[in-house]
Design a protein around this ligand. Structure first.
Ligand SMILES: [Zn+2]
Length: 458
């Protein structure tokens, strides 16, 4: 890849020199004005004065911006469930009409409903539906997307989901990171108790995930009605012994999960709406990232994660979408983060940190989330000259350009000559979903799958 200089920017938010933990004020934000971003070999070489960079690097190709422009690191969504089938619009309507959790389950709703619809999806539709959501997310500026399984809930179906997630990573320019959430709920068709189900996952699924190289992270829903701290312990013990990274759905409706997360050295404890002083203090004293999922609070009409208290106690706070068909169907991470900021009184710097380098920490990634030399050249560009406009618009201002690994995503939207700028040769995602029928997409994906015959997508 030749050197590429992008600019001039009114402001570049490098997110540099900001701490992982605790509160952040807006006057701490590191802003480079009249800036350029110099990229080579998929990484940031330098962020500095555009004019100086142009003089110093005469050999660089210049991508000149004509609109007012603010750049920030590509966002990182560290918690999603975007691989799913079906819709839970009925649940949403019933819940908002006053139906209880039990009444919704009795009518056939809840997680089990999504499990059944996901199992019924063909491989191709599972891939396409997820890929369409991933592309939507990428175009909103999210260049790293975590995706959980957890709607398969049998050894075979969890493998099928994790294979689909891995395939999506190969076909989307955003990085897609899979997580095994086989311990989402105990499947209703499983003949045995919770402990027996967990044992089957440990004995049969974990080795397969490793031998097929499907993912390196595991997650569990620790909650009354899902898995208790005691029942889930062997799952995390084995995961730890096998070197999986651990993350936990914790303290969503009742406290308990955060203690499990800290005990097993989880990278992150996610949800935390029900965390009290004790849980907040425990997380602050640990290395576990506290991840707020405002989309679930909005979807369920519940309290937000106590983000202000978590930060003031000294936690590392990430913000993720929890995009899923049940509790968080919106999927608009920027809107959710902006609302969390307004309700919890978070500074712009705290919110944007939670969407970038602090979220990277939740995924155990140290190569992204800041725009400094050596970091991946993942950056997104908003049409404004003042970064405060971004959250002020609460998600309705979207990036007009998205760069992933130094390559421009979706060149069609630019009006630039296609030939002029190099696109990532490894990625073949310049499919415009809106322009193709489902059958056409299925054909394209089938060919891609054939090309990778060592991929077991069942
Ligand atoms: Zn979740």
């Amino acid at each position: 890849m030749t050197k590429l200089l992008v600019g001039p920017f009114d402001q570049v938010l490098t997110m540099d020199q900001l701490s992982y933990n605790g509160p952040l004020k807006d006057d701490q934000m590191h802003i480079v004005e009249n800036a350029g971003i110099l990229v080579e070999d998929e990484k940031i070489v330098e962020v500095g004065s555009f004019l100086k960079l142009i003089r110093k690097h005469k050999e660089a190709e210049v991508f000149e911006l004509e609109l007012p422009s603010v750049a920030m690191p590509g966002m990182i969504d560290s918690h999603t469930h975007i691989c799913f089938g079906g819709s839970r619009a009925r649940d949403y309507a019933m819940r908002n009409s006053g139906s209880s959790y039990q009444e919704i389950a009795k009518a056939g709703g809840g997680i089990w409903d999504t499990v059944q619809h996901t199992r019924q999806q063909t491989d191709i539709h599972m891939n396409l539906a997820m890929l369409a959501r991933a592309v939507q997310h990428r175009d909103a500026g999210i260049t790293t997307i975590e995706v959980k399984s957890g709607y398969g809930l049998s050894v075979e179906e969890e493998i099928r989901m994790l294979s689909a997630i891995k395939l999506a990573d190969m076909t989307c320019s955003a990085d897609i990171i899979g997580t095994c959430l086989a311990a989402h709920i105990k499947p209703l068709d499983y003949d045995g108790d919770h402990a027996a189900y967990i044992n089957e996952i440990i004995e049969k699924l974990f080795p397969k995930i490793l031998s097929m190289d499907l993912c390196y992270r595991v997650d569990a829903f620790v909650e009354e009605g899902a898995f208790s701290p005691k029942i889930i312990a062997p799952y995390f013990e084995r995961a730890k012994a096998l070197d999986f990274d651990i993350t936990v759905h914790a303290d969503q409706f009742s406290p308990g999960g955060s203690a499990v997360a800290v005990e097993f050295g989880a990278l992150s404890a996610d949800h935390l709406e029900a965390s009290g002083e004790r849980e907040i203090q425990m997380l602050a004293e640990s290395d576990t990232v506290a991840t707020a999922l405002p989309g679930a609070s909005i979807g369920l009409g519940c309290d937000y994660t106590p983000a202000r208290k978590l930060l003031d106690a000294g936690c590392c706070l990430a913000i993720a979408s929890d995009w899923n068909p049940g509790s968080a169907p919106m999927g608009n991470l920027m809107t959710q983060a902006a609302l969390l900021g307004a309700f919890e009184k978070l500074s712009n710097t705290e919110v944007l940190s939670g969407l970038t380098f602090r979220a990277a920490k939740a995924l155990g990634l140290s190569d992204r989330g800041r725009l400094s030399p050596g970091m991946l050249a993942d950056f997104i560009i908003f049409p404004t000259n003042d970064y405060r406009e971004i959250l002020y618009h609460q998600g309705t201002m979207v990036p007009y350009l998205v760069f992933k690994n130094g390559y421009l995503c979706e060149e069609e939207s630019l009006g630039f000559d296609d030939e002029e700028f190099e696109l990532n040769p490894d990625i073949d995602d310049d499919i415009l979903f809106s322009d193709l029928s489902l059958d056409e997409l299925a054909k394209i994906l089938e060919e891609k799958t054939k090309g990778n015959d060592d991929t077991d997508s069942n």
